[in-house]
Write a protein of this length. Structure first.
Length: 541
């Protein structure tokens, strides 16, 4: 089998680095106006090597090459632009802005210079610097991980985030033989608008597909779960983005989007312990089975340049289900060693499909065909649950989720119950919630309200009965997990309460209830003290 080498850069990488096209143009004598001559001889070669190192996300190599340049060339526009991007990758935003400003002063953008995007990158660098200004920075004890966030409530994420980073870092070193140089930086942004400011995503794309995190410029970026009504799996998302960062470096940024996303989704829960898996929730599994049956699977090539650009959250969920199950099947046959070999081939310039085929010993078309056939073997989901969409808070900050209840009668009873509950009439509210639950017992929103009222009325067992089957079908519904944790604790199931409370926190860490439950059920003294503190702070005690 022949290997297909990747000679030119992929279009998305060219676009990303088009700001440095002038560097190459000058080196090739394209006649772009310069304020200082391109470094001659070894110095010029060093700049070109630094440029290539940045292409391949070998940031430390680029930094060393630039540091070795003679001071004579400190004012060269191309050297300064390369320094600016290196500093952006290193998280030194003030230095990045300063270097790019000096590059533009040394050589202003020529009229009609379509490929010189230094001005656009300077704007991005300024926004990144300004957004991060005043952020709280926490570094792990070993200095390997750094978490930045806006002052205020997002501080609650930090201890969990550091644990996720530590554990996922160890998993990737073990399973993929990959350990990137530190420090690994995570930045938590308070809103989708803030994430859009510092990235290539638009707010519309973020909200349309629920893509609220990314790994880019050698750092992890996530939206705070406080931006969503029910939170989201933010801890697994951190792990997901760390896979992207590690894979980007391991493959020299040559892996296609579909393979990157498949790997990230497949490994994202591995930090919790156990073997990696696609881990499809019931709604995603039902969606995948339906799409396979109806011949409506999304072609892998449509994931380019980003899953964030697919039409809907439903399409994004299907895309993740597809690529994660593809990687899962490959892993089952060839293990971590097989994936390590694939990554190495991709890093050497082999097309990802060819690399997978070479390791598997069969054509890629056969790999894809076998995967499609395997989807018919997935167990059918009885009464498939609906895909519970991510809901972003609007400017009014209202948290009304009753509109998502499909059954009209249940929705009416639920709204009446909410009004009574808000007026401090819990018994009357409980009756309305019970009617809503009778009308639609499988709805997670209805079941959570009913269980909350039952628990408040002293019937913890009824709360558990209502929520256990619902949480199994809707594992990412944070309110359900939170109430279930408290109900399990009230029934004496301390172990179950502890696990449900932790799962609730890993979806919505701003709800005080699971922290309070974990404070009462944790066996580790340090965890108990931490949760007691968060329970008090978030409850306003």
């Amino acid at each position: 089998m022949t290997e297909s080498r990747v000679a030119p850069r992929a279009p998305d990488r060219l676009a990303r680095w088009s700001a440095l096209a002038t560097v190459v143009a000058c080196a090739l004598g394209a006649g772009a106006p310069v304020a200082a001559a391109m470094p001659p001889g070894p110095a010029g070669q060093a700049v070109r090597q630094a440029h290539e190192a940045l292409h391949e996300v070998r940031i430390e190599a680029a930094e060393r090459l630039l540091a070795a340049l003679p001071a004579t060339y400190d004012g060269d526009a191309d050297v300064l632009a390369t320094r600016a991007l290196t500093q952006l990758y290193l998280g030194h935003y003030d230095a990045a802005v300063d270097a790019m400003q000096r590059s533009l002063e040394a050589r202003p953008v020529a009229p009609h210079a379509e490929r010189d995007e230094r001005a656009g990158l300077l704007e991005l660098m300024r926004k990144t610097r300004d957004v991060n200004h005043g952020y709280v920075e926490t570094t792990s004890a070993d200095g390997r991980f750094v978490v930045r966030h806006a002052p205020g409530p997002d501080a609650v994420l930090v201890p969990y985030a550091l644990e996720v980073l530590r554990d996922m870092d160890a998993v990737l070193a073990r399973d993929l033989g990959a350990k990137v140089p530190g420090p690994i930086r995570l930045e938590i942004y308070p809103t989708p608008e803030t994430l859009a400011e510092v990235s290539s995503l638009s707010v519309a794309a973020i909200e349309r597909t629920g893509t609220i995190a990314l790994s880019k410029w050698d750092r992890l970026m996530i939206t705070s779960p406080s931006a969503l009504l029910r939170g989201y799996p933010w801890a697994d998302t951190i792990a997901h983005e760390l896979v992207h960062l590690v894979l980007t470096r391991a493959t020299k940024d040559r892996a296609p989007v579909w393979f990157q996303e498949g790997m990230a989704k497949f490994f994202e829960r591995s930090w919790r312990g156990g073997d990696p898996s696609a881990h499809l929730d019931p709604a995603s599994q039902a969606l995948l089975i339906e799409a396979a049956h109806d011949h409506k699977l999304i072609p892998f090539k449509r994931f380019y340049p980003s899953i964030a650009l697919l039409p809907s959250q439903r399409d994004a969920a299907l895309a993740f289900a597809q690529v994660s199950t593809f990687v899962e099947r490959f892993y089952a046959a060839h293990g971590g060693e097989g994936l390590i070999r694939v990554d190495a081939l991709i890093a050497d310039g082999v097309d990802a499909r060819t690399a997978l085929a070479k390791v598997a010993g069969v054509p890629f078309a056969q790999l894809e065909r076998r995967w499609r056939q395997s989807l018919s073997q997935l167990p059918e989901v009885e009464e498939p649950p609906r895909l519970l969409a991510m809901r972003f808070r609007d400017k009014s900050n209202k948290a009304d989720d009753a509109q998502e209840v499909k059954d009209a009668a249940a929705r009416r009873f639920l709204r009446l119950g909410d009004l009574l509950w808000a007026r401090d009439r819990p018994l009357a509210a409980a009756r309305e919630y019970e009617r809503a639950h009778e009308a639609e017992p499988s709805d997670p929103i209805v079941a959570s309200r009913f269980a909350q009222a039952a628990l408040a009325g002293g019937d913890a067992k009824a709360a558990v009965r209502a929520l256990e089957p619902v949480v199994e079908r809707y594992p990412e519904h944070a309110p359900g997990r939170s109430v279930l944790a408290a109900a399990l604790l009230a029934t004496g199931d301390v172990t179950g309460a502890r696990q449900e409370a932790l799962d609730a926190i890993l979806l919505n860490p701003f709800d005080p209830s699971p922290h309070c439950t974990l404070a009462d059920s944790a066996t580790d003294q340090a965890v108990r003290h931490r949760e007691q503190r968060f329970c008090g702070e978030l409850s306003g005690r």
